[in-house]
Design a protein around this ligand. Structure first.
Ligand SMILES: [Fe+2]
Ligand SMILES: [Fe+2]
Length: 150
């Protein structure tokens, strides 16, 4: 079994998604719509798979272990919905090669993800790791498997 715990894994995934968003904004800004398009496809696929691993595996495990079903995980799920809405906006911008749209929605997504990821990395992940206790390795394997599922 991997020795990587889910918090380390998901934090690295946050950084990778940040890099894809940075590439998308830069390429679209330079008018490289083909490059921007492939960065956007990767970003959307990775962010949605990351959210699935959190919403379907990590959050339910934390809710069950902590008894908190309407606290931090509820806020995180609402923020995921906001991110999904922005990805839809960006998808439309991309199909219309709307540079101003990508600039505005890309900026909004950057800020939202920075704030969201900060809360997960400093509050939710440490709490979830602690509440998992001896099950941390097994939970980590499940989170990683869901994130990497095709
Ligand atoms: Fe999240
Ligand atoms: Fe996350």
């Amino acid at each position: 079994m991997s020795t990587t715990t889910f918090d380390q894994y998901l934090m690295a995934d946050h950084r990778d998604c940040d890099a894809l968003l940075g590439a998308l904004r830069q390429l679209a800004g330079a008018g490289d719509w083909e490059g921007a398009g492939s960065a956007f496809q990767s970003l959307r696929k990775d962010v949605l798979a990351h959210f699935a691993a959190e919403e379907e595996v990590l959050f339910p495990a934390f809710e069950a272990a902590s008894g908190m079903t309407c606290g931090p995980t509820r806020v995180m799920r609402m923020e995921h919905d906001e991110v999904r809405d922005l990805l839809e906006d960006l998808s439309l911008d991309m199909s219309e090669q709307d540079g101003e749209g990508v600039r505005g929605h890309g900026e909004a997504l950057l800020i939202l993800l920075q704030q969201h990821n900060m809360k997960e990395e400093h509050i939710l992940y440490p709490a979830a790791l602690q509440s998992a206790g001896a099950q941390a390795a097994e939970l980590s394997a499940q989170v990683i498997a869901r994130r990497e599922a095709a």
